[in-house]
Design a protein. Structure first.
Length: 330
């Protein structure tokens, strides 16, 4: 557990609860399904919301009406050794002060795609977001003694999710759509962001060589926006109007790949083999002859200069890197 230090009271049913808690601890048998009524008696305050309940150990993190975080260790309400905070707009930046990167992100969704839970690990800190699709999200921050303890706590939050919550790719919910996150700036502008197939959308599309590179670039931007520029991470939602590569038709995939390049000189030379790889992986290449890609010798500098002298488009300038390596690809 992560607790230590008693908190409790006496009188009537409260006295009975405290006595029961002591007996349970002495016997090593945690209360795995304590009610909110008994939890409130031990806490001496009405329970506003359970944030996390580990049904294996009985541990519960919960909010009381005053807005304070309290912790039930399976036996009694105790003072946790973890620093915890409700992450409102003012608290986000302060909580992430000194953090250099997001280490891990986990996402869980209810079967109907309505509710979600997100766990984010930042070194010795953990953020726990809970909310509804394209609706209200509550965020809670936990700071632990070290990164190892934080990692274990993040794992506990994941493993303690209710059976109704299923793990999801952080950027795509199967049969629903791509995951979109909203950042609100201090100027009250909402920025909707997603990364799919190596493309980081919306306010400005940036293309990367892989999904992993696109995600890494976005997550660094997300961290710096919150930590340094006071943005608020406010919403998680799924959208069905942007397809995931696993749902592409052949035409979708080919057009997406054609337009989704990072460095044009490398990407265009890889297109034929990428298309053939897609056909092979989907079983559509069955019966087709093997693919052979022929790359011709470089175009001469005089030919390049002569061609560019007739056009004034920056797009052709980008092709120069290709021509200096190969004049054609077949």
């Amino acid at each position: 557990g992560w607790g230590g230090g008693r908190a409790g009271g006496g009188g009537g049913r409260t006295e009975s609860c405290v006595l029961g808690a002591g007996q349970a601890r002495a016997g090593g048998i945690p209360n795995l399904d304590i009610s909110d009524v008994d939890l409130a008696l031990l806490a001496k305050s009405d329970v506003k919301k359970r944030i996390f309940h580990d049904f294996r150990s009985g541990e519960i993190w919960f909010l009381v009406q005053s807005g304070a975080f309290l912790y039930f260790d399976g036996y009694d309400v105790v003072s946790p050794s973890i620093t915890s905070v409700v992450l409102d707009w003012a608290a986000w930046a302060n909580f992430l002060h000194g953090v250099e990167r997001l280490d891990r992100r986990y996402l869980f969704w209810a079967a109907d795609g309505d509710e979600f839970a997100e766990i984010m690990l930042y070194g010795d800190r953990v953020v726990y977001n809970v909310g509804i699709n394209n609706g209200h999200m509550e965020s809670f921050g936990f700071r632990l003694a070290d990164s190892q303890s934080a990692s274990a706590f993040a794992d506990a939050l994941c493993s303690g999710q209710p059976e109704s919550m299923k793990t999801s790719d952080p950027w795509y919910l199967v049969d629903k759509g791509v995951i979109v996150r909203t950042l609100h700036t201090r100027e009250d502008k909402a920025r909707l962001e997603t990364v799919v197939d190596g493309c980081w959308h919306w306010n400005k599309t940036r293309r990367y060589r892989s999904q992993a590179k696109g995600v890494a670039a976005y997550e660094q931007y997300e961290l710096e926006s919150i930590r340094d520029r006071g943005a608020l991470y406010s919403t998680v939602e799924w959208m069905s109007n942007i397809k995931h590569p696993s749902n592409y038709s052949i035409a979708d995939w080919m057009m997406r790949t054609l337009n989704n390049y990072g460095d044009i000189d490398d990407w265009l030379l890889q297109l034929p083999s990428k298309w053939y790889q897609y056909l092979t992986e989907t079983g559509l290449a069955s019966g087709l002859p093997p693919l052979h890609v022929y790359l011709s010798p470089p175009t001469s500098e005089s030919e390049i200069s002569a061609f560019l002298s007739n056009y004034d488009s920056p797009r052709f300038e980008e092709l120069v890197g290709v021509w200096r390596r190969h004049s054609t690809a077949q």
